[in-house]
Design a protein around this ligand. Structure first.
Ligand SMILES: O=C(O)C1=C[C@@H](OP(=O)(O)O)[C@@H](O)[C@H](O)C1
Ligand SMILES: C=C(OP(=O)(O)O)C(=O)O
Length: 431
């Protein structure tokens, strides 16, 4: 087993950083470029492992993709340019790659096999394989197609009206991508609004997308046209330093060009509700809005997080739990069962690891309850359990622990934020 990383208390965090490109948008820009006709360029692409998995899967299907650092060029030849892969498509740790790619493959007239890592093998795929089968895709796999490894042969698809039981952008996107290859109009209805990057980016690729309240529809047979995409900074990555700036004494941090798509800004609402001193200055506006966001050390109070707010901050709940340990009073997080089917069961991993550091936190069926404000003691080992967001949350937690913390499986952060520890060091050195 690899050695743990020993992390110590920081007396302040100061400076300006630019967090890497948004993971959700980077995945989609590559996939849509691969199925579009003509050239697509991507700037500020996230070079995290998950997005590299997306590139490698589409290269396996014969798409010409050139990646040089954060610049990517794709020569798309439309849906029909995808070729039957000779090798198994390996999605690594990425749920987004698996589910969105399934939607694309559902309408391709060839066979493909999909595998991923140990964590992917535990994540439910029936939420997309069931509706894709309804549309006409032939899918098999472990436990009747509920888990990887999956094997699939695309079919002649028919459109559906799908009422999704979960507010999931991966489910919505998968069905819409299949819908583009189906006869007629495909509609997805969701219980709450999930992130809308697919809708925005499909429009940037020239597709007509119809949105009405909680439904999104596409007409089959539309062609995507190559586009030039600038990927904003990932608010889910920024969240770690927004919380760090609020809880570490004598801190002031500025994060440049962060994506502030309203379907993703739940973390900003929570910081404001809890009393954090943040400033949001809008910058450029491309297919997605962006802003420079500043935060300083703040007096915080507990809050309740539930309902339609949950999909707007689902990936930020681990770091919000840490924030809540430093707020006066009780924070209740509910309606967040989806946390159980992420890279780890994030209710269990957040509660278990933060308890080890001295937090007053308890798991519930659909979330957690955190009582603050507690001094975190540290002086122990913790583990990311191979989950990037748990690893980064624990690294930020170590900055306020009295005693050093040894973080096991720290390399998981490379899934979404390879420069995370460099940025943390940079902020702790700047005066
Ligand atoms: O569509 C996307 O890019 C994502 C959607 C969310 O998952 P669900 O769709 O499963 O909620 C999120 O947790 C994941 O990190 C990325
Ligand atoms: C859940 C996540 O990603 P994915 O579903 O793509 O693995 C995440 O990044 O927190």
């Amino acid at each position: 087993m690899n050695q743990g990383l020993v992390l110590t208390k920081k007396h302040s965090l100061n400076g300006t950083i630019e967090v890497p490109g948004d993971k959700s948008i980077s995945h989609r820009a590559v996939m849509f470029g691969a199925i579009a006709e003509g050239k697509t360029t991507i700037q500020n692409f996230l070079t995290g492992e998950d997005c590299l998995s997306t590139i490698s899967c589409f290269k396996e299907m014969g798409v010409s993709i050139k990646q040089e650092g954060t610049n990517v060029t794709i020569e798309g030849k439309g849906f029909s340019g995808l070729k039957e892969p000779v090798n198994i498509l390996n999605v690594g740790n990425s749920g987004t790659t698996t589910r969105l790619m399934l939607g694309i493959l559902a309408g391709r007239p060839f066979h493909a096999c999909i595998i991923g890592d140990e964590s992917i093998a535990k994540r439910p795929m029936d939420r997309v394989t069931a509706p894709l089968r309804q549309m006409g895709a032939h899918i098999d796999g472990r436990n009747n197609g509920s888990f990887t490894p999956l094997s699939l042969r695309g079919g002649n698809l028919k459109s559906i009206y799908y009422k999704s039981p979960v507010a999931s952008a991966q489910v919505k996107s998968s069905i819409l991508l299949a819908g583009l290859q189906a006869d007629g109009t495909t509609t997805v209805e969701e219980p709450y609004q999930s992130r809308d990057h697919t809708e925005r980016l499909l429009s940037a690729f020239g597709v007509h997308v119809k949105k009405q309240n909680l439904t999104v529809s596409v007409e089959g047979g539309q062609t995507l046209k190559g586009a030039n995409i600038y990927v904003p900074g990932d608010i889910s990555s920024a969240a770690f330093f927004l919380v760090a700036g609020a809880i570490v004494p004598d801190s002031s941090i500025k994060l440049k060009n962060v994506g502030i798509n309203p379907t993703r800004t739940g973390i900003l609402d929570v910081l404001e509700n809890m009393g954090a001193e943040i400033e949001i200055i809008p910058t450029l506006d491309s297919a997605e809005p962006m802003a420079d966001i500043s935060v300083r050390t703040s007096e915080l109070k507990g809050t309740e997080i539930s309902g339609e707010l949950i999909p707007r901050l689902i990936d930020e709940i681990p770091i919000i739990a840490l924030l809540a340990t430093q707020a006066e009073g009780t924070t209740v997080i509910k309606d967040a069962e989806e946390l159980k089917v992420k890279e780890t069961n994030r209710i269990d991993t957040v509660v278990g690891e933060l308890k080890k550091l001295g937090a007053d936190i308890e798991a519930t069926n659909d979330g957690m309850i955190i009582r603050g404000k507690t001094k975190l003691k540290g002086g122990t080992n913790v583990s990311s359990h191979g989950d990037h967001r748990i690893g980064m949350m624990l690294a930020i937690a170590s900055t306020i622990c009295e005693e050093p913390v040894e973080l096991m499986q720290h390399e998981a952060v490379s899934v979404s934020y390879p420069a995370f520890f460099d940025h943390l060091n940079l902020l702790s050195k700047t005066i």
